[in-house]
Design a protein around this ligand. Structure first.
Ligand code: GAP
Length: 487
């Protein structure tokens, strides 16, 4: 079972401390969300699992953490200043403002070149709010957030203009040579980065699915110009499908989308999106899916555009501002070239949402009451074990439970909780996905043993306190996530 819709997760997330609407005491801030005590743990566990999988378990990937605000020229030569924009339209009937390329009828069936404004004038495109075809022509809106550097800069001083990064990828490209030489890397190798990105989205929404501030886990995998790039895209797709499966996501809720040529980003020759079923409640199967991540073949576009050597047909340098040539010298062939790139780009927030939706389940207890169980993969669960005293007014039991919590903490995230009756405490831990509850009772004082209750089966087992850490660690061992080499 998965969550019936995103709203179920919104309410669970707020009630149990995963995600709160941001700035709520001031009426909120459109589509901004704050991660609470459990949400920050879940997101961290996802990021750590990703980092371990790519940077630690493989031998061909390095990590970086670049600045969020980069030299403005980075965005000029990456093409974002000129092309990172969305087409906007207004509905003359209901006055909604929408992204035109998300509307029914925007793209002609069968793809190919088309004139969007002609289609809008002909009434082929439908308003997503009221269904009217009485829409304005489209106009473009650059999605990068602008800021100014320096306290003395004027509002419109172009020399002080800077942007918050709209993707983490560029921080990797501009450091390609630094990483390659410092780490003495030979192709193929990758550079991974996780961090915040910002886009002034026209239509944010659907909880943490589309927000203006979000987090990405991106990796640029540098290969030779004659590598089998399209095949490599397929290989990374397979690896990521396995990875998501390892996070506990049911493959029935994942599907692939080959992005049509006319919809590719300016740098991409091929992109395959991995889609997640975020909208299972929608009757039309086609409308149930949204992008979880994309795997793109970016060619040598970025390294070439950031380099000072390439020239145009008149022999003029294409990038007179760069001080470096980001090419690579291949010792084996004695050739110099710009490496090509395969880029798997995933969203942390969208992974959090997919993981929460997929883990959601309901179970009826023997009193006929419905209980929510969040069947999170143990490696992702914010809390691994909750230590619960059966009698909170008995100092010996409380003391023993607190001591057990402290002794477990160095090896796994444990909490102590005595804020309710045992049934309530179990239900609360089930709802936040804690794999194990450890109950300390009167008997424990005699036999130095505790009851370990399993979240998914509700089965209980008596375990000696001296064996507890090892017992839990064994049962928590993360599902291994395969990381086979890419050719
Ligand atoms: N460097 C390539 C790149 O940024 P993208 O498809 O625009 O590609 C990659 O973004 C991933 O980042 C998306 O698949 C999605 O998971 C996440 N993402 C993008 N925009 C987002 C937004 N506004 N809110 C939340 N996540 C977003």
């Amino acid at each position: 079972m998965t969550a019936p819709n995103i709203d179920t997760i919104v309410s669970l997330a707020k009630r149990r401390g995963f995600v709160f609407p941001s700035s709520e005491i001031y009426g909120g801030l459109g589509s901004a969300w704050d991660y609470g005590p459990l949400g920050v743990e879940l997101a961290n566990n996802i990021k750590q699992a990703w980092w371990r999988w790519l940077v630690y378990e493989r031998d061909d990937i390095e990590g970086v953490d670049s600045s969020i605000i980069l030299n403005r020229l980075v965005w000029k030569y990456s093409g974002h200043e000129a092309t990172f924009h969305d087409p906007l339209v207004d509905c003359r009937e209901c006055k909604s403002r929408m992204r035109a390329d998300k509307l029914e009828g925007y793209f002609p069936e069968g793809g190919g070149q088309f004139d969007a404004n002609a289609r809008l004038r002909e009434g082929l495109v439908k308003c997503s709010e009221c269904g009217s075809t009485n829409l304005t022509e489209e106009r473009y809106f650059n999605m990068m957030f602008r800021t100014r550097l320096g306290a003395l800069a004027d509002e419109d001083d172009p020399t002080a203009l800077a942007y918050l990064r709209p993707e983490t990828a560029q921080g990797i490209f501009i450091n390609f040579l630094n990483v390659q030489t410092a780490m003495r890397r030979k192709l193929p190798f990758g550079i991974a980065q996780v961090g915040k990105s910002f886009r002034n989205e026209v239509t944010p929404g659907n909880f943490i699915l589309r927000t203006r501030e979000f987090e990405q886990m991106e990796m640029e995998y540098f290969v030779k110009p004659d590598a089998e790039h399209f095949k490599l895209v397929d290989e990374w797709v397979t690896l990521y499908l396995e990875w998501f499966k390892g996070l506990g996501i049911d493959t029935a809720n994942l599907k692939l989308h080959e992005v049509p040529k006319g919809e590719l980003a300016h740098y991409s020759k091929r992109t395959v999106d991995i889609m997640y079923r975020y909208f299972p409640e929608r009757a039309e199967e086609e409308r149930q899916w949204e992008e979880l991540m994309g795997i793109a073949y970016r060619t040598d576009f970025d390294l070439r555009s950031h380099s000072n050597k390439p020239t145009d047909e008149d022999g003029k340098r294409v990038n007179p501002d760069s001080t470096e040539d980001l090419s690579y010298f291949d010792e084996s062939t004695k050739q110099r070239f710009y490496p090509h790139v395969i880029e798997p780009a995933a969203g942390v927030n969208r992974t959090v949402l997919a993981v929460l939706m997929d883990a959601y389940s309901e179970k009826t207890n023997d009193k006929g009451e419905m209980r929510v169980i969040l069947k999170l993969s143990p490696q992702l669960a914010p809390i691994k074990a909750a230590i619960l005293p059966l009698a909170k007014n008995k100092p010996e039991i409380v003391g023993m439970a607190r001591a057990i919590k402290r002794s477990l903490q160095p090896v796994l995230r444990a909490v102590y909780d005595d804020t309710g009756g045992i049934g309530k405490l179990y239900a609360r831990q089930d709802e936040i996905g804690t794999p194990f509850c450890v109950t300390v009772d009167h008997q424990s004082l005699e036999d130095e043993a505790v009851t370990v209750r399993d979240r998914d089966t509700w089965e209980q087992e008596r375990v000696k306190v001296s064996d507890l850490a090892e017992h839990l660690q064994k049962r928590l061992k993360p599902y291994p996530i395969a990381a086979p080499e890419v050719s």
